[in-house]
Design a protein around this ligand. Structure first.
Ligand code: GUN
Length: 288
């Protein structure tokens, strides 16, 4: 079984971006700029945002980290986004999710200029993706495609099964795999007999956020397993939906290739965010 390391690929991507950003910053007199907004003190979100800020700084992206209190009103947040939309030197805007319950997520995501929507969550980018046009792609699915390609896994013609249909992962993942000419099945909480679908998968992407619904005995021999989830078990140990890093030897007989948890998709989400930021920046400086 091949272990597809997201940690290693993300490092390569960061190194390549750092060299590119250094050159472009000298040539164009400004670095790419990413604004990251966090509302409240959700502890996992604070960890993710700190990792994003650190990774951006490492590759030379200027990062404006805006940490607002939980009590921030929707109007205050929208005013901030309008300010960032209007700033010519701000290339990307990311609003970390989830937002507090008094703020409407759709309204906020829709208020971001689609050309600065570095997370690919605005309906303009989702629509472009769905209709096969060039679009800013959601970070985790972009990272999964990069991982599959880096491991030279053929996607075209393969049956890809996705467990989970969230706007952040499952739904854009389906669109990107379709774009790569896979045959795609999306399973969700109302799917009957999920085991029958999982058993058909040449490529299985799990993003349910729930360990144990899909178990290794369900897998088709030779499957490529991409476990997106980061769940904590009763002992506080990090697990995917199907397995954790320690279980990989147990999957040896059935699985052709797998991403570890942790160290698989997680680092790639951040690497894709940096790639999206630099892609938008390059588009912007080409118009100057
Ligand atoms: N919350 C968890 N993952 C993500 C992500 O990729 N982007 C945003 N904006 N929020 C998240």
């Amino acid at each position: 079984m091949e272990i597809i390391s997201g940690t290693a690929l993300a490092k390569q991507i960061r190194q390549k971006l750092a060299a590119e950003v250094s050159l472009l910053t000298c040539q164009h007199g400004r670095a790419p700029k990413l604004a990251i907004i966090l509302v409240g003190d959700h502890s996992a979100s604070m960890t993710y945002v700190n990792s994003k800020v650190k990774a951006a700084a490492e590759v030379g992206i200027q990062c404006e980290h805006i940490h607002l209190p939980e009590s921030t009103s929707q109007e205050e947040l929208l005013t901030l986004i309008r300010r960032l939309n209007a700033e010519p030197d701000t290339d990307g805007i990311l609003v970390q999710l989830p937002l507090p319950p008094h703020i409407n997520t759709d309204t906020v995501l829709l208020s971001i200029d689609p050309q600065k929507d570095v997370d690919g969550l605005h309906i303009v980018n989702v629509g472009k993706l769905a209709s096969g046009r060039k679009a800013i792609q959601a970070c985790t699915p972009r990272g999964v495609i990069s991982l599959l390609k880096s491991a030279h896994i053929t996607i075209a013609g393969k049956h890809a099964v996705i467990a989970g249909r969230s706007n952040l992962v499952g739904s854009p993942m389906a669109l990107l795999l379709l774009r790569e000419n896979a045959t795609v099945t999306v399973c969700h909480s109302q799917t009957q007999n999920i085991a029958a679908h999982v058993a058909q998968a040449d490529i299985l992407v799990t993003a349910m956020g729930k360990t144990g619904v899909i178990t290794p005995d369900m897998l088709k021999p030779g499957v490529v397993l991409i476990d997106v989830a980061m769940n904590y078990d009763d002992q506080g140990k990090l697990r995917g939906d199907v397995y954790t890093k320690d279980d990989l030897p147990l999957l040896e007989e059935k699985v052709a290739a797998a991403t570890p948890v942790p160290g698989g998709v997680g680092p790639m989400t951040i690497a894709s965010l940096l790639q999206n930021t630099v892609d938008i920046y390059k588009e912007n400086i080409s118009h100057c």
